[in-house]
Ligand binder design. Structure first.
Ligand SMILES: *[C@@H]1O[C@H](CO)[C@@H](O)[C@H](O)[C@H]1NC(C)=O
Ligand SMILES: *[C@@H]1O[C@H](CO)[C@@H](O)[C@H](O)[C@H]1NC(C)=O
Ligand SMILES: *[C@@H]1O[C@H](CO)[C@@H](O)[C@H](O)[C@H]1NC(C)=O
Length: 208
């Protein structure tokens, strides 16, 4: 993402992720014949550097949207997860290859570091009290690259980007998403354990 605005010059992607230079998807599986108009609540969104995503879904909880480009031939998806930013909070999105809830999800998380940078990295949700520490390439169950984050809408929303090598065949996956309102010592603190914050899970079909 080019530094096209002041907001966005703080975008950070963890260098270690450049191990997976994978994908910048040159050709895409987007087929005009099956194109549908995405829901208006997410279709109107534009990203920095005029990045375009072929599909989007308004997620049913937390006022969030997921924008994505799915490449079946490569079994990858590039996503932009957009969520309201709550004060000095954090946002996260991930896929759970082994279940439907939080535990065993591999996520990408973004928040404002105390040094002023917006940081984003993959992390493993291996329990209901995960460390939220960055996971290095060797720890990842499936490769994640191009992780970055930015504020949009004058800081009212945060976006986290990632390219994911999908952990399984087909286009349907269990995903979870989350938003928390505080970061302590540069570690995202626990999210509320009531209401929408524990209902923010679902199944997504990236071919749709
Ligand atoms: C997504 O796919 C579209 C259509 O093929 C392409 O123009 C766009 O650059 C892709 N965006 C990203 C972020 O990969
Ligand atoms: C998912 O299950 C597989 C097979 O049992 C295991 O190897 C893998 O570590 C699990 N992944 C996570 C993130 O728990
Ligand atoms: C802030 O810390 C993060 C995480 O260690 C690092 O990636 C980033 O480069 C730092 N930013 C500045 C401005 O020092």
């Amino acid at each position: 993402m080019a530094a096209s605005s002041a907001h966005h010059s703080t975008s950070t992607s963890m260098v270690r992720l450049s191990l997976f230079l994978l994908v910048s998807i040159a050709s895409s599986s987007f087929s005009p014949a099956t194109a549908q108009s995405p829901p208006s609540s997410c279709a109107s969104h534009t990203f920095s550097s005029n990045q375009l995503f072929a599909s989007c879904a308004a997620l049913p909880r937390l006022g969030t949207t997921l924008h994505y480009n799915y490449t079946a031939a490569a079994n990858t998806v590039s996503v932009a997860f957009r969520a309201p930013s709550k004060g000095a909070g954090w946002v996260a999105w991930g896929l759970n290859p082994n279940g439907t809830g939080m535990v065993s999800t591999q996520a990408v998380v973004a928040f404002r570091h105390s040094n002023g940078s917006l940081v984003a990295y993959p992390t493993l949700l291996d329990s209901y009290a995960p460390s939220m520490a960055p996971a290095d390439a060797a720890e990842l169950g499936f490769p994640v690259s191009n992780v970055a984050a930015e504020y949009v809408k004058n800081g009212k929303e945060m976006v986290v980007y990632a390219t994911v090598a999908l952990p399984g065949k087909g286009s349907k996956f269990n995903h979870v998403w989350q938003q928390g309102s505080s970061v302590t010592n540069d570690v995202p603190a626990a999210h509320p354990t009531t209401g929408d914050n524990i209902l923010s899970t679902g199944t997504i079909d990236f071919s749709k």
